[in-house]
Design a protein around this ligand. Structure first.
Ligand SMILES: [Zn+2]
Length: 114
């Protein structure tokens, strides 16, 4: 997985704690290789993040999102909805056994939490 630091400051990878310099790419090998595991780990971390950063309320991501949607911009809302939809598809759709776009899933996760 490649993550690109588009900011002007040093960032640290959430998964492996590597330093990511501005305008450089980080090739992370810290992500779970199994999509199910990735989706579950990201969902849990995202729930915790939304509760602590925005004081979101609810016992699942959809409710957490609904409780804070009036204070989020459209891009953050879309990114959270992407995570929810991708997770639901993988967890509930019998025919779906992997993420459609793993990199986009990770990108959206970082977009919200970084
Ligand atoms: Zn990393």
């Amino acid at each position: 997985m490649v993550y690109i630091n588009t900011s002007s400051e040093i960032e640290y990878c959430n998964w492996c704690s590597s330093t990511i310099f501005p305008a450089s790419a980080h090739h992370c090998i810290g992500y779970p290789t199994n999509d199910y595991e990735l989706v579950i780990v990201c969902s849990k971390r995202l729930e915790r993040y939304l509760r602590s950063k925005y004081n979101a309320k609810g016992n699942n991501l959809r409710k957490l999102l609904r409780s804070i949607e009036n204070i989020l911009d459209n891009q953050h809302k879309s990114a959270i909805e992407y995570i929810i939809d991708a997770r639901n598809k993988l967890v509930h759709d019998e025919l779906c056994v992997k993420l459609d776009n793993r990199n986009l899933f990770i990108y959206n996760y970082h977009y919200i939490t970084d």
